[in-house]
Design a protein around this ligand. Structure first.
Ligand code: FDA
Length: 280
């Protein structure tokens, strides 16, 4: 096994969907929920987009009834960069299967060149489906407006900082400012949103969310924390022990390199965490 593969095993549940489901079952036994993601992005070939679509449908059917059938997908692997119609057809088909099996599909948010298109496709799909949610990235300048719109529409939002490198014209660059933007968006979603997901490992933001929920008497059942497989495991368990809902993003598959590099690149702390974890 090469060193990269050893590193990636921290962040990726395995190569096969069965590996991910097994990780989901282990989480479930601890009262922790999961969302499963078959890794893959930036597909420019119609057949590959169809294969990714079929894999997502199979995954929904494979997840045992005992654990929630909750998956996350990247629309760039379902034909988003080929044509809007193809993507709508593919993702609409996935949502149809999700409905049959009582599942939920989260549309991950990718780089800013796809933001508006992702929101447009999401709004089109929302006309016929209520088992679909979106992701908004606190770092983007546009996000406070997108949060307001999502609250107005009753859309289910996962709020994260944003994992893609963006220019200053599009996104905040300073971590302090990103944190302040995250808090403001999270408060708005907690106050008026539809079961928001607060997706961060950042203790300042987790503590702020808990303080806000307590101050406003927002029940733990009205939102959830989300974190990534392999990061801050003991914190997931503590949060659950304290009565909060936690869902872990469980990626699997062979196309793990872009996902893995984003985790290492986004903050130098993550490299340190990987190294600490590796040698602990
Ligand atoms: P960040 O990595 O910025 O770290 C900040 C602080 O958190 C650290 O200084 C430390 O205090 C603490 N911390 C972090 N890791 C720790 C550890 N292992 N142990 C102890 N402390 C730790 N992005 C995107 O663009 N589109 C998407 O669809 C998604 N989806 C998504 C789903 C889920 C469930 C999560 C958690 C994240 C995403 N992201 C995402 C990624 C997100 O945008 C962001 O890049 C990462 O979560 C990193 O930012 P954080 O706020 O988690 O902490």
């Amino acid at each position: 096994m090469n060193p990269l593969t050893i590193f990636a095993r921290r962040f990726v549940a395995g190569e096969r969907p069965q590996d991910a489901v097994r990780a989901g079952e282990r989480l479930h036994a601890k009262g922790i929920k999961a969302t499963f993601d078959k890794l893959g992005e930036d597909v420019l070939d119609e057949d590959a987009a169809k294969r990714a679509t079929d894999a997502a449908k199979d995954l929904l059917r494979l997840i045992p009834t005992g654990i929630e059938r909750n998956i996350s997908i990247k629309m760039s692997s379902m034909g988003q960069e080929i044509s809007r119609d193809l993507c709508l057809e593919n993702v609409g088909g996935i949502l149809g299967v999700a409905k049959e099996v009582g599942g939920f599909v989260r549309l991950d948010m990718e780089g800013s060149k796809l933001t508006q298109d992702t929101l447009d496709i999401f709004h089109t799909l929302r006309k016929n489906h209520d088992n679909v949610g979106i992701v908004l990235q606190a770092a983007l300048h546009r996000t406070p407006e997108d949060v307001k719109e999502a609250v107005r529409r009753g859309d289910r939002v996962r709020l994260c900082k944003g994992a893609y490198r963006e220019p200053a014209s599009v996104a905040l660059q300073d971590m302090g400012k990103i944190r302040e933007a995250f808090k403001a968006c999270a408060h708005e979603l907690l106050d008026g949103g539809n079961y928001p997901a607060i997706a961060t490992h950042d203790e300042e933001l987790i503590a702020d969310t808990i303080a806000h929920a307590r101050a406003r008497n927002i029940a733990a059942s009205r939102f959830e924390f989300q974190m990534l497989y392999g990061l801050r495991k003991s914190r997931w368990e503590e949060l659950v022990r304290d009565g909060w809902s936690v869902r872990i993003y469980v990626p699997f598959g062979t196309h793990w390199i872009p996902y893995f590099y984003r985790r290492l690149r986004e903050r130098k702390e993550n490299v340190l965490f990987v190294l600490q974890n590796l040698f602990r």
